[in-house]
Ligand binder design. Structure first.
Ligand SMILES: [Zn+2]
Length: 245
């Protein structure tokens, strides 16, 4: 059930301790895809996971500004510090837990959020009255995962499937031409670059023409199934942490 559409009385009738919190960003996704790409995709995957799961689960509204300062040279990109982001996610999870939805999967659509989500999930589980697990959809799509760029084949494919009108098809060739092949500038396994503008001309990494609508449908099926399996494991897990060994 989507909290955004539900009334409080609908929410009150629910009998589950599971919630999904979609987490995205508002940041450049090349000349062809919207700034909201990561939040839209995270929410679509959360919906697919909730639909594939055999049981009730609350879907919270998405966190739409994340850890995106690495895209600051591209107009429209918004960001908060990792500190602010972790606190916001932590307090949002605490309010879900207040209503009894205290096993929460953080359904993430943005690579820049990954480190902060891992940290805050640990803090929540150790110190708060809730259990939180981060899940990043593009890591849970089998062999496709190796093609993840930025506004590249995977993100563009998923958008084409869930929000086709938001992909500017007439600019996809241009998006490919200004793209870089990989994320960062690597020497000796170290990334010399801090911001994406150092290695991509138009913000794109990877080939967005390599992700058609059918691929997007497959990605959504794979990520939704992986999320449903995760919900099963989260539901049945003994979440009490050992004090000592
Ligand atoms: Zn993205």
């Amino acid at each position: 059930m989507h909290l955004s559409d539900a009334t409080w009385t609908d929410a009150d009738d629910l009998d589950t301790d599971l919630a999904l919190l979609p987490v995205g960003s508002t940041e450049q996704h090349g000349p062809h895809a919207p700034l909201a790409t990561d939040a839209l995709n995270a929410e679509a995957v959360a919906d697919a996971g909730a639909a594939a799961y055999d049981g009730e689960v609350v879907v919270a509204p998405p966190v739409t500004v994340g850890v995106s300062e690495e895209h600051r040279q591209f107009t429209g990109t918004l960001w908060v510090s990792p500190d602010t982001f972790r606190r916001y996610v932590r307090e949002t999870v605490a309010s879900l837990a207040h209503h009894g939805w205290d096993r929460v999967v953080l359904v993430n659509g943005h690579g820049g959020n990954v480190a902060a989500l891992r940290e805050v999930a640990g803090t929540i589980t150790r110190d708060d009255d809730a259990y939180a697990v981060p899940f990043t959809w593009f890591e849970a799509v089998g062999d496709h995962a190796g093609d993840m760029g930025h506004a590249g084949p995977l993100e563009t494919a998923l958008l084409r499937h869930v929000y086709p009108d938001l992909v500017r098809e007439e600019r996809v060739d241009e998006a490919r031409e200004g793209a870089s092949d990989g994320w960062g500038e690597w020497v000796s396994h170290a990334n010399l670059a801090v911001d994406s503008a150092e290695f991509t001309e138009n913000g794109v990494v990877g080939d967005p023409t390599a992700g058609d609508e059918r691929r997007g449908e497959e990605l959504l099926d794979l990520a939704g199934a992986a999320l449903a399996a995760l919900l099963d494991a989260v539901e049945s897990r003994d979440v009490r942490l050992p004090d000592h060994r």
